[in-house]
Design a protein around this ligand. Sequence first.
Ligand SMILES: *Cc1c(COP(=O)(O)O)cnc(C)c1O
Length: 474
Amino acid sequence: MTDITPLLAVAHARALEWLSRVEARSVGARATRQQLLDALGGALPGQGEDAAAVLEALCTGADPGLVATVGPRYFGFVTGGAVPVTVATEWLASAWDQNGALYVMSPAAAVVEDIVSAWVLDLLGLPASSSVGFVTGCHMANFTCLAAARHEVLRRHGWDVEVQGLQKAPPLTVVVGGEVHVSVTGALRMLGIGTGELKVAEADAQGRMRPEALAAQLAGIRGPVIVCAQAGNVNTGASDPMASIIQIAHAHGAWVHVDGAFGLWAAAVPELAPQVAGLYQADSWATDAHKWLNVPYDSGLAIVAHPAPHRAALSLRASYLQRGNDEERMGMDWVPESSRRARGFALYTLIRSLGRRGVADLIRRTCAHARDMATRLAAVPGLTILNDVVLNQVLVRCASTRPDWDDDEMTRRVMAWVQAEGTCWAGGAVWQGRQVMRISVSNWSTTGDDIARAADAITRAYRAQSGPIGSAAT
Ligand SMILES: *Cc1c(COP(=O)(O)O)cnc(C)c1O
């Protein structure tokens, strides 16, 4: 067997080197696809190579194609970094290589998942009796929760969807908000519910589902109903008015699922919690740990207030799948996977090392940075912030100063300049018909100085693109 010592020494040295440079390097990747292929590719080797040399070659070849998402000035999508203790934990988790499927495969992994479940429910103020599945991310958390929802609302109408299927089932009504995240509609598609079948309750200017619109969609509906609410719109950060939506939905016998990939964590901060007041009354909640909680990929949580339909929708039975007593966690009862990485370890060290206060501070601090960013950019003539900055998301619109570009084009050009310049990285989106630059502050390591530097870079980009025609950088 290969001695692992020199390999871990390479990994240790290269990881430290990456992490020590990540703050200073260009945030965006520096290599083209072809350059990466040239550096890393080639025909399938017939003869194996020395493992340490292969590791070194991977590090060298991949480096210019790595994106500093773990660094403090990556504001693209909604992207968390990785708190140091979670990176170290994942190294151990890889060395331990535990399977989270069955208790008997790793009692430690199962018990740690039980402990983390209780801590997460406590942090979020959700019912302590909820069941929690450790999934790859919020997309699969949405899938998992909606599978439980589908099972339960049909069961209440005398139908066992796991046995009888969906094709002849009582028609299912599924209501989503006008700004539903694609991963919810993607999850519903995999559950046999097409995008054309959805009822859409329109959203307000911040992307929040309007309760009157939900009431109108549900009027006269008698059969099984699922309502998909949202905590934290992916563009604005705004959350649906949970208490009224849940009340209206429950009056129609609906299951309320909440997509809260990042916004759910508002519940962990006393002064932000009112944004999601009433959240605990929903039936299921999907969230991410690899976004705002800053654990490495891949890590999401599927939380269901009703363990019975959660397990009924996902658990598998086979003679060789040794089930212990009821106290022993069967990880695979709660996720759409069998064998998987033991995802609980990194969450365990994160939550234990930060504590309730540290988690709240992480969320609170990034929100304050987002407000600071918005204030700095709003002070630049020609830049407008389109959203109320209630959480960590900022939408920037750039007014064109040139006859040949409209504001959409100007905003796209500024974004491209920012991405190429490398001080920070922000992506784009179309918000209510208008191109925006979207800034998400989700990284534990971002400081006030990073915000100042990033705001300066964005301002420089805008000034550069506002120059006379022909002088603009591209
Ligand atoms: C990111 C996100 C998702 C999907 O989460 P993944 O971790 O990418 O699977 C779902 N909903 C919202 C609101 C998100 O921001």
